[in-house]
Each structure stands twice: as C-alpha cells, then as structure tokens.
Design a protein. Structure first.
Length: 303
C-alpha cells in the first residue's frame, strides 16, 4: 500500500472543492426551540429556527448560546487567501469534510472528519456520526447531564471535549488529550506543533465552548519542527456547522477555509465558566494528538 504524506509546501495550496455535504432539511431540526438567556425564550415555528450546534454544551446558564436556521447554502463573507510566501502544512483532502446532521452533533461530525483525515475511515453517513456521538458521550459527561442529571437523547444530546478526546483514541485515531491553555498565542502554537509533529488534526473548542472545529492545517513563518521561533499566521479549519448560519456567530466556514490568526480570534475564544469543567473557564481548549507521528496511509481511499 502506498503512503501519501501530508501536503507540505512553501506556497499555500487553494482549498479543494467539497465533495459532499449531507442533505439538510427542516425535519432534522426542531421548529420550536428555546434559548437560554437567563430564562427560556420561545421562537416562532414558522422560522424553523434551531438552537446552535452545541456539540460541547446544550446550554450555558445566564448566557446566550445561539440560534441558527439551515436555509439553503449561505454565501459566507469571503476570507483572505493564505499567504504564498510562508510555510504551509495541510492534511485535508477532498471528501474529508462532513456537515453535522443535527444541531447538536458538532463533536460527532468533527470526530468523523478527523477519522477520515487520518485514514481510519472513509465515511460521511449519519449512522456513523450518531455512533461517534454515542462514543463521545460514553467517555465523558455533557453539560445537560451535569446541570440537570438528564440522559442524552440521540437527536438532541451534545458531548464534551473530554469524551471527544477519549473517543478518538477508542476509535483508532491514536491518543488524544484535552488541553486547556491560558493564552491565545500559546494555544495556537501548541495546536500547530501537535499537528505537525503527529500528522493528525487538532480539535478546537470555539464560540466560548458552544461549538467544535477541526484544525487540519496551518501556515507559519517557518516549519515548527525546524525553527522554534515560528509564528502561526493562519489555520485551515473544517467547520461542521457549514452550510448553516448562526444568528450570533454568522455563517459556518466553508470546507478547508484558511483563517488568519487575527480573524481566528473572533471564534477561538476563552471558554465560559459553568459547572462543566469550571477549571477550564477563561482558557483556550484543544483536543490534541499526543502519540508519535501516524503514517498517512490514504492511497486506498480516494482518487
């Protein structure tokens, strides 16, 4: 079996086209949902509004989370292209992206994409995504369980970052750890180095703990394995919320979007406090690979 190595260049490669996004219909989402803004608020069923993908938390007491309506495919605000004169590293290949099938399955979709990227699977099915959600829930509690002692339903339950990390290991992606770091720059550098060192993607906890992204690549001023003074200038992300639009956070990022380090600050924010891992409040949370490098055996997957 041939081995295909990660794409490493000094010239950023344009993002490949998305192969497939699961068909999303209004039936996948509750037509009436409540937002917790200190007290629940009822939304009009005619708007077909659903709560934001809480893959990490169903609600944050005292804080607005978000609402979103998957109405067709949005036209997100154009992002700048990656610099052409910097070190670029990416693991993404066309077809790795999978959108979350429900408003709550961002972690399941992120796990699905990460397993695709490392070559463990080649899958975009709803059944697999739901099974990954079950694995993540079984490996760590979610906010609903902590706040209310409730079990998670298959459609409406979220999962946590600790279950995300443990679940990836259980599914054959190698060891992953949940990490909470104090500073933004340090967290982004740690994510880039872990990705470069292990040839495996990194999980980002975004939107103050309400959502999950996959970091599949980065651009830097130098190779992190060669120059310890490297500076991260941008990251490539896979956002399972795409093609939905959040009323608070805006349109989901297109598959394999490059986001500058300054623009990333709008989404990759310190985690809010609460009963769920209060020790992580105010910190930047990652799900990072920690094993030695994994060969990118992908030749059998796609042409």
């Amino acid at each position: 079996m041939n081995v295909i190595e990660p794409r490493i260049t000094n010239i950023a490669t344009p993002a490949p086209a998305r192969r497939h996004t699961p068909h999303i219909t209004g039936g996948d989402y509750p037509s009436i949902m409540s937002l917790r803004l200190g007290a629940a608020r009822l939304l009009s069923p005619g708007l077909k509004v659903s709560t934001i993908a809480l893959g990490l938390a169903l609600a944050f007491p005292g804080h607005a989370v978000a609402a979103a309506a998957p109405v067709g495919v949005p036209s997100p605000e154009a992002r700048p292209a990656a610099p052409s004169n910097e070190y670029s590293f990416t693991l993404y290949r066309e077809g790795d992206f999978v959108s979350q099938y429900t408003a709550y399955w961002c972690i399941g979709a992120s796990m699905q994409m990460m397993l695709n990227i490392v070559g463990v699977t080649d899958d975009e099915s709803r059944a697999s995504q739901e099974s990954y959600m079950r694995v993540a829930r079984s490996k760590g509690p979610s906010l609903r369980q902590i706040d209310h002692g409730q079990s998670e339903g298959s459609e409406t339950g979220g999962a946590g970052s600790s279950g995300w990390a443990a679940g990836l290991g259980a599914l054959g992606a190698g060891r992953y750890d949940e990490r909470a770091l104090d500073g933004y720059d340090g967290a982004v550098r740690a994510a880039a180095r872990a990705l470069r060192t292990t040839n495996r993607p990194v999980g980002l906890i975004v939107w103050r703990g309400a959502h999950a992204w996959v970091m599949s690549g980065f651009t830097t001023t130098a190779d992190p394995l060669v120059d310890s003074e490297y500076r991260v200038t941008g990251v490539y992300v896979q956002d399972p919320w795409y093609p939905r639009v959040s009323s608070i956070w805006g349109a989901g990022q297109k598959p394999n979007s490059w986001i500058s380090i300054d623009a990333l600050k709008s989404d990759f924010l310190p985690r809010r406090g609460g009963r769920w891992h209060p020790e992580m409040a105010g910190k930047f949370v990652l799900v990072v690979p920690v094993d030695p490098p994994m060969p990118m055996a992908r030749a059998w997957r796609r042409v």
